[in-house]
Design a protein around this ligand. Structure first.
Ligand code: ZN
Length: 274
């Protein structure tokens, strides 16, 4: 379904995990990020691209390589692809494809597009790297922490920030890669938000945010979660879990992510000890 629409952007929200797929449509550019989930949902995004696309350069961007964000790749073979250099080097590429096959088997899903790991035309390796795409300027920031190959993309002049799996209002930080890196990535997000350049923040799951106060609230929530996790692991303080589940609704699913976060942080702190 369409969760948000303006003159220049349409945000699709999947029925699954409130995952977003974002289509930016300015007069000189079509840019699609993370087209995903059910075959009918990917087909609806494909139809919208066909409806809008005439005569504009068309880019397909991946915010990171988690399987739910790349599985629609095969439906857009004509697009010029963008992702981070770490995405290109991903040593888990084959495992990621296997997760997609497993998901499709679990739900007896049939897809008519071939499945492959995205081949990337524009690989981004540096903070502040800029790409002129049609009539838009894309500025990139590496965003590791959730996973190793995340990428923030600021699209100007529209002021859209594609945040990947950060700053969601329906998920606390899911840290698969590194707490340290996650904290540094949030610092980059804060600098961007405070710069006034972001007019619409689109997270990978949940609602887009247009108000700076809402963006900053999500930032504060993420930081509070990471701080409480550190207090639990380093100082043995009990994690305020009931408060967490009042804030995030999908406890039966997300409890395991919370436990995995604490486990990863334990390992990370052990490994950082001299
Ligand atoms: Zn995700």
């Amino acid at each position: 379904m369409i969760a948000f629409r303006s003159d220049v952007v349409t945000v699709f929200e999947s029925a699954l995990y409130r995952t977003t797929s974002t289509l930016v449509h300015t007069s000189g550019l079509l840019l699609l990020a993370d087209p995903t989930w059910l075959p009918s949902e990917v087909a609806a995004i494909r139809a919208e691209v066909d409806r809008l696309g005439r005569g504009r350069p068309f880019y397909l961007l991946f915010t990171h390589s988690d399987y739910d964000h790349i599985l629609g790749y095969g439906a857009f073979p004509e697009a010029r692809t963008i992702a981070s250099e770490a995405f290109v080097r991903n040593p888990e590429a084959e495992n990621t494809l296997e997760q997609i096959r497993k998901f499709d088997d679990d739900y007896y899903l049939r897809r008519d597009c071939p499945l492959s790991y995205p081949s990337i035309a524009e690989a981004i390796g540096q903070d502040g790297q800029v790409l002129q795409a049609g009539d838009a300027k894309l500025t990139f920031f590496l965003a590791p922490g959730h996973n190793p190959d995340g990428l923030f993309t600021l699209i100007e002049p529209a002021g859209i920030l594609l945040a990947g799996d950060y700053l969601s209002n329906v998920e606390f930080p899911f840290v698969y890669h590194s707490f340290r890196a996650y904290e540094q990535t949030l610092d980059k997000a804060e600098a961007l938000i405070r710069s006034g350049r972001v007019r619409l923040l689109v997270p990978g799951h949940g609602d887009p945010a247009a108000r700076p106060s809402e963006m900053l609230r999500r930032l504060a929530d993420s930081r509070a979660y990471l701080r409480e996790a550190r207090a639990t692991v380093q100082e043995g303080k009990p994690f305020p879990e009931e408060a967490l589940w009042q804030r995030y609704a999908f406890r039966r699913n997300q409890a395991s992510y919370h436990r995995a976060n604490l486990e990863l942080l334990r390992l990370e702190i052990e490994n950082e000890r001299p």
